[in-house]
Design a binder for this molecule. Sequence first.
Ligand SMILES: *Cc1c(COP(=O)(O)O)cnc(C)c1O
Length: 399
Amino acid sequence: MSLAHGRHFLASPGPSVVPERVLRAMHRDAPNIYEGPLIELTEHVLVGLKTVAQTKHDAAIYIANGHGAWEAALSNTIRSGERVLCLATGRFALGWAETARRLGAEVVVEDFGGAAAVDPERVERALRADPSIAKVLVVQTDTASSVRNDIAAIRAAMDAAGSEALLMVDCIASLACEEFHMDRWGVDVMVAACQKGLMTPPGLGFVFAGPRARAARARADRVTAYWDWEPRLEPGVFYHLFGGTAPTHHLFGLHEALEMIAEEGLEAVWARHRRLAAAVHASVEAWGTAGPWALNIADPASRSAAVTTIRTGDLDADALRAHAEHEQGVTLGVPLSLSRPDTVGREAGLFRIGHMGHLNPPMILGVLGAVETAMCALRMPHGPGALEAAAAAMAADEG
Ligand SMILES: *Cc1c(COP(=O)(O)O)cnc(C)c1O
């Protein structure tokens, strides 16, 4: 008998749960795209995006997913033949680097494996050894491995090496989940998308460009008409902001999501994500006391606040996900390959829990309870006390 009735819960690391408020904001008549409320609302969206990115620089908005934002960021900055350093910690920097290779860059990969963060000392050595590196590509949170990289430390390593390269950071999984300061941390280009921490259905990609990135645009030789960020960053008319028709309903939805973030307060949003992530980590550790369950990222300082990758040893992670999906109404994250950039590559013995965006303790306890229910139903050995440990982690004071 399936118990999967009531509201289906998407606990995958993107897209994330869309709040009722965002859905309601999108449920409206088609607006005039030349004058009226949409124009003013878009001004607010642009300001709100700068706030969540902690930057005074503008974002170019694309009707695209994260892959589109990847291509937009690179096509505005790459010169064919130049060397691009990819700091790989799972899968997503490798995917971005593949986009760079297809645009004519020569990609150099520094691979930190699928279970640890970027080591800044190695970055410094790599940049000293090759001063021709023109771009450094890194993700803040790698959504496959669930590692969180220390962006400020990577910037410091680049500075210590005397590197002139642009620091380009993928915050697609981490923006509005994880503490991030584009300007304070010296990030030149940041890419994001609307369907993870920003709680809006997939469809908008963002590229934030600092002054050094804007200067690189003048030397880039792969800029194409649609992806060119100049008209979007310096729009003569509203129409230029989107290179064509505005993403009308997405803008209403994103505006509402940014309002929700502003009402809660960005720091409170980051703190909530840390607390809910700690609950997930505590549960996995409890299960692991009498079973093969383990956090993929052993070092607590390198764990993402937005997603957790869980190792299941020789137990069948796909069966566990199928039980959660069909018998209980919870979608867990599929295991992505930690070594190959192809999107279909999957790795056995892993699943992921997304905990990004519109979430509270009942939702997190619900997904952890559903995972444990699947373990019981499938007779998978696991240690006791996981939900108690999660509750204690959520009740604990910070620090
Ligand atoms: C989800 C994600 C992407 C890809 O975004 P799409 O919208 O699926 O194209 C890229 N990088 C990271 C870190 C992600 O989490």
